[in-house]
Design a protein around this ligand. Structure first.
Ligand code: HEM
Length: 419
């Protein structure tokens, strides 16, 4: 039986967020306590978790009692959050993600120009070129044996696109950035390795800025440096690096997993794939269905109560943090009999994979474009693409923040009779 929400308190967490547990199984357990559940998130950090779609919206949309600025986080102010807590550096950085009101708008407006639907649509030919080049490389390795589509295709595509937008063309530096981000987000890496990776990626970004200063270029990094150098500076040096960090990280890690999850969904639901192949529905609809079925963000961290407030029957006290169990909330639909179904024909209009409210994903249009082009090109090039392993052998990622698969072994020419 569900407890009375007024009896729940962050002093007594009832569940823990365990990255080893499968995202949706964990959420089903949490839901038994109601839409907002007091949980611990690795290392003893406590937070309310919004696990229903309604509660997720309440938290994500501009709620007057919730803020993003970690200055409002009581435990952090009191020095109770371990300095090596895996997600800390990301959620206390001076980026738009952790800012409110005018400050948030100031930081977001500096880069909005690069991600408008019109600017993004203009990138389509280049995204297609990059996609085809990656597929050429994939094909040249042979089509009848198993390859990991995640590391060989889904991973490099968004990284190459976002690096190009920001003028990070040096392949060695791109590789370093990729390694650092993977370590920073890994729960299996040691604290020391994570700390070194965080410093390493800042070095790459610092070098990117220095290169742009020596050789000014007309790209997004160039525009940010211009804003920094303007008289009266709209941006501090630290904000510049933190802004580059959040966009480069958010701009690829999420897209890797949406693409991997959607290819997985289509291969394991051939009747849905057939709908696109027959032209009943387009690739953009497959992208939306994939995002809804397995949103790439397992959890979104954090909002903080600026005063005591009652949300969905629970009292969240001033200074307490609230996270959104996004992938779980995105599958919850009281009005649908089987919301966990991967269904291209279901309406996906109100899905939450890109968040909602003022922090709605800056790169949503770019992510949608990359996914749609990638799916279209991939299935056109390899019409017999198939899973190389039984579905039950696919291994989920171990992460408190990302939801997806650790790898996606496929056979490009699966029709030739490979495993
Ligand atoms: C499928 C891919 C993606 C998904 C599922 C996704 C998801 C999200 C979500 C849920 C948020 C809201 C976080 C919150 O409310 O705290 C967000 C914010 C953000 N995303 Fe994405 N994202 C994706 C791709 C991208 C790309 C390609 C970029 C690159 C430009 C990007 C840049 C950002 C930035 C900068 C923010 C912070 C916005 C703000 O605070 O105002 N994302 N994303």
């Amino acid at each position: 039986m569900r407890p009375d929400p007024s009896e729940l308190s962050l002093d007594h967490p009832v569940c823990d967020l365990n990255p080893l547990r499968e995202t949706h199984a964990e959420a089903a357990h949490w839901r038994r306590y109601g839409p907002l559940v007091p949980v611990t998130v690795m290392g003893g950090v406590r937070a309310w978790a919004a696990v229903s779609a309604d509660a997720a919206r309440t938290v994500l949309e501009a709620h007057p009692d919730l803020a993003k600025d970690p200055a409002h986080w009581g435990a952090y102010r009191r020095g109770e959050v371990p300095a090596d807590w895996p997600l800390l550096s990301l959620i206390v950085a001076d980026s738009m993600l952790n800012a409110d009101g005018a400050d948030h708008l100031r930081l977001r407006r500096l880069v909005t120009f690069a991600f408008t639907p019109k600017r993004v649509a203009a990138l389509a030919p280049r995204v297609r070129e990059i996609t085809r080049a990656l597929l050429d490389t994939l094909e040249s390795g042979g089509t009848d044996t198993a390859v990991d589509l995640r590391s060989r295709f889904a991973h490099p595509l968004p990284l190459l696109v976002i690096c190009e937008l920001f003028g990070l063309s040096d392949l060695a530096q791109q590789g370093l950035l990729r390694e650092h981000y993977e370590t920073m987000l890994s729960v299996e890496a040691s604290d020391d390795a994570r700390r070194k990776a965080a410093l390493g990626q800042r070095e790459v970004l610092g070098r990117l800025v220095a290169d742009h200063r020596n050789d000014p270029r007309d790209d997004v990094t160039g525009a940010l440096i211009e804003a920094l150098d303007e008289e009266g500076g709209r941006l501090s040096e630290k904000e510049l690096i933190d802004t580059l960090e959040i966009i480069l990280l958010a701009g690829h890690e999420t897209t890797v997993n949406s693409l991997t999850s959607t290819v997985h969904a289509l291969l394991s639901h051939p009747e849905q794939l057939a709908l696109v192949r027959r032209g009943t529905i387009g690739w953009p609809a497959a992208v939306e269905a994939g995002l809804r079925w397995n949103a790439p963000l397992r959890s979104v961290y954090m909002r903080y109560a600026v005063r005591d407030t009652v949300l969905h029957g629970v009292t969240v006290r001033r200074g307490e943090p609230v996270l959104v169990a996004l992938a779980a909330a995105n599958r919850e639909r009281p009005d649908e009999p089987a919301p966990e179904r991967f269904d291209l024909l279901a309406p996906h209009g109100r899905q939450l994979a890109f968040g909602a409210g003022p922090h709605f994903c800056l790169g949503a249009a770019l992510a949608r474009l990359e996914n749609a082009v990638a799916l279209e090109e991939l299935f056109a090039r390899f019409p017999d693409l198939d899973l190389a392993e039984p579905e039950s052998d696919l291994v989920p990622l171990v992460s408190p923040a990302i939801n997806g698969l650790a790898s996606l072994p496929v056979v490009l020419n699966g029709g030739a009779g490979a495993a």
